[in-house]
Ligand binder design. Structure first.
Ligand SMILES: [Zn+2]
Length: 731
């Protein structure tokens, strides 16, 4: 008895010490020079235990950051909006007390140097600006957890070297780029933590459930959204960026557990050719500071391998086309609290410490190299000007909403646009002034503009991390051309398109299926109980031409009065930008409005198949599109419930890229389809449909992209915009 008692005692001490990380572990001997009036992160964490003993939840992180701002004159805090789940998007601005009092002036001064050639008097005499951001992938948590310690260090350290650095820098600290993902992951990993830390990588703690915490609420990878800026978190970041034009931006990530630590520069042959050489030289110079800090700590690391610096929609590459230096950090992940790896057990605190050390080394390097960073930024914005009279002209004659959203991206990226004064014909393309605008090539963000519209067709390297081509002119399918105009032009303002009723009617309305928001308009009619039909052939009335997929609203034979219908249509046209054409007779060139070639449309009852084995990016994109853009409700159905539920509740089921292997479910789905169900396969799901004889498709080669699929049976397809139209079930 006695012996086992002692043994137990001994083991419990040992386990306890494994978790006993304190500020000394993170800061070494400087930890005794902290201002005692500034709260420590541990004051705000579970059980007041040290950073790293559990994963910080976003609300605790926010509470701590507000407490820091409250107690320190070096720190100010702002909330820049909310995530889809309502979490605040906070930003800390940290600098010396003296600079903090003068912060607006310092910002204006910093920006003024973007537009002028170097001014000898006070060009160098100002703080360098750093934007330091953490854990844009929520399940790469060492970044956000390190941000607690880094913010504490900046606010509380009495170290003379740091005080001098704060005089010479302004730090924009974005402690959680992805609050919703961070929270989702923290819940998982804290809920699966054992009291006795178990490093077995098969443990549930290290194997998150679907959808993982990497992405935001709608399962987007936000580290691809720095260029398109579609998500609330990205809008906040890009605003902060353009508000300050930081000289250095750091982006703290995690990679596989068996890796050590990576910092940029990445693979030299995979740097975007639009990025100046000097950018990579400065990145390497800054790297020397990380090298020193990590070596002193005994941490292994590497650089110039694995990662590229090509797609400007990533946080570490975006600054490279905006006069700054973007730096990617990748820490081998413990994922949970302690995990085995080929390099031995890797603890969460160890990963946090590396992120903290490289946050500090980034600050040291930026202050030391600030004159070079200022020169670089000034040269970036003032070299190789385009000619004043050169423009890109863009147009979309049919879909004004699409053109509007393209313009919205330019606006978010602070790219100027000009109004087209008169219609133009260029290379046989009509650019009419109502549906076109001009983008001056000579403007402050001209290089960012080239990144947005660039057609990169040759590459130094055949390997890529992921995105290699993205020209927005093509992805928006716009008509465009280069043009020279030798006169002053007015700024262009694009207000959100509103549609209208073109000739009021008590008989029938028709609208074309050609605006980005037509599905929204149709769903609103259907959900208000209005009977509508779809054209399965072309027709024209009173010189208005309508194509396949045009929607007919008979005003008679409805459960509502024609007045009510007219009111509803007016409201929908304003909300969606869709034009409604009123007619007083069924007679047309082509199919008449009373023809059986107009088919009734049912209210879609949509199931989106989600869950393990299914691509969450694709599923999330569809959920986001239907829910936030079209206001069409969907039911998210886990694939494994399909065998148990009544599928007849749904008339449309959407299958994205995924693994669908249950034979009983496949048979059940076949029956549901033959009973009239509308099954949509997206990307690779088409292969599964073909393999299981849902429809006959011949693949020209093995890759199912739109160009190499040959449809054998076209009878089921209506209209040109199959993708957005397909969710509506035709009788
Ligand atoms: Zn990442």
């Amino acid at each position: 008895m006695k012996i086992s008692y002692y043994l137990f005692f001994f083991i419990s001490i040992n386990l306890f010490s494994q978790e006993n990380y304190d500020l000394n572990y993170y800061f070494g001997d400087i930890s005794n020079t902290f201002n005692p009036n500034i709260p420590k992160p541990s004051d705000f964490l579970l059980n007041q235990s040290e950073v790293g003993s559990s994963h910080v939840s976003h609300d605790r992180l926010v509470n701590y950051m507000y407490a820091l701002a409250e107690s320190s004159n070096r720190v100010s805090i702002q909330n820049r909006g909310t995530t889809f789940e309502g979490r605040p998007l906070i930003l800390l601005t940290i600098t010396s007390e003296k600079n903090q009092k003068n912060i607006d002036e310092l910002r204006k001064n910093h920006l003024s140097f973007l537009n002028v050639i170097k001014n000898k008097f006070n060009f160098y005499n100002r703080p360098v600006v750093l934007y330091q951001g953490y854990s844009i992938h929520g399940n790469e948590p060492s970044g956000s957890n390190a941000a607690l310690l880094y913010a504490y260090y900046l606010a509380a350290s009495e170290n003379d070297k740091l005080k001098e650095q704060l005089e010479n820098s302004i730090i924009l600290l974005d402690p959680a780029f992805n609050p919703d993902g961070l929270q989702r992951f923290a819940n998982w990993v804290n809920a699966n933590k054992s009291e006795n830390l178990n490093p077995d990588s098969n443990d549930r703690e290290f194997n998150e459930n679907w959808p993982k915490g990497r992405t935001n609420h709608y399962w987007f990878d936000m580290n691809r959204d720095w260029l398109p800026v579609q998500l609330p978190e990205s809008k906040a970041r890009i605003n902060t960026f353009h508000n300050w034009y930081p000289n250095v931006l750091t982006d703290h990530h995690e990679m596989g557990t068996n890796s050590t630590f990576f910092y940029q520069p990445g693979v030299p042959s995979r740097v975007n050719p639009l990025t100046p050489k000097k950018n990579q030289e400065l990145t390497a110079k800054i790297g020397k500071y990380h090298e020193r800090k990590l070596s002193e700590n005994g941490s292994f690391f590497y650089s110039e391998e694995d990662y590229d610096d090509f797609y400007y929609g990533k946080g570490s590459t975006f600054p490279d086309i905006n006069g700054g230096i973007g730096i990617l950090f990748e820490q081998g992940s413990s994922r949970g609290h302690l995990q085995e790896s080929i390099n031995g057990n890797i603890s969460f605190p160890f990963t946090i410490k590396n992120q903290l050390l490289t946050s500090i080394s980034s600050l040291e390097a930026s202050v030391d190299l600030k004159n070079e960073l200022f020169d670089y930024q000034s040269n970036f914005f003032n070299s190789k000007k385009n000619k004043e009279n050169e423009y890109i002209i863009v147009s979309d004659k049919i879909d004004k909403s699409k053109l509007y959203h393209f313009h919205e991206i330019l606006r978010r990226q602070k790219i100027e646009t000009k109004k087209l004064k008169e219609n133009k014909v260029i290379n046989g393309i009509n650019f009419d002034k109502e549906h076109s605008f001009l983008i001056p090539k000579n403007q402050r963000n001209s290089k960012l503009l080239s990144a947005i519209v660039n057609n990169q067709t040759t590459f130094k390297d055949s390997l890529f991390y992921d995105v290699s081509a993205w020209s927005f002119l093509h992805s928006f399918n716009l008509e465009y051309s280069n043009i020279k105009i030798n006169e002053n032009l007015e700024n262009f303002e694009f207000t959100k398109p509103t549609g209208s009723i073109i000739s009021k009617s008590d008989y029938a309305y028709v609208f074309s299926w050609n605006d980005y928001y037509t599905p929204k308009a149709l769903y609103k009619l259907l959900s208000n109980g209005v009977k509508v039909k779809v054209a399965t052939d072309k027709f024209s009335i009173n010189n208005f031409n309508f194509s396949y997929g045009s929607i007919l609203i008979p005003v008679a034979n409805q459960d509502r009065t024609s007045n009510e219908i007219n009111k509803l249509i007016e409201q929908i046209s304003k909300e969606t930008g869709v034009n409604f054409y009123g007619f007083n007779s069924s007679s047309s060139d082509g199919i008449d409005l009373g023809s059986n070639d107009f088919k009734n449309i049912n209210v879609p009852k949509i199931g989106l198949i989600v869950g393990n084995g299914i691509n969450s990016y694709d599923a999330g994109e569809i959920w986001h599109l239907l829910d936030t853009r079209y206001n069409i409700p969907i039911t998210k159905l886990d694939y494994n419930v399909l065998s148990k539920i009544d599928l007849n509740k749904y008339n449309t089921l959407i299958f994205v890229n995924g693994s669908y292997t249950n034979k009983n479910t496949t048979d059940k789905l076949k029956k549901w389809v033959s009973d009239g169900g509308n099954l949509i396969g997206f990307r690779n799901a088409i292969k599964w449909l073909s393999k299981n004889d849902f429809l006959k498709i011949e693949f020209i080669d093995n890759k199912p992209s739109p160009e190499n699929i040959k449809f054998i049976d076209k009878s089921k397809f209506y209209g040109a915009q199959l993708t957005s139209g397909a969710i509506f079930n035709v009788e």
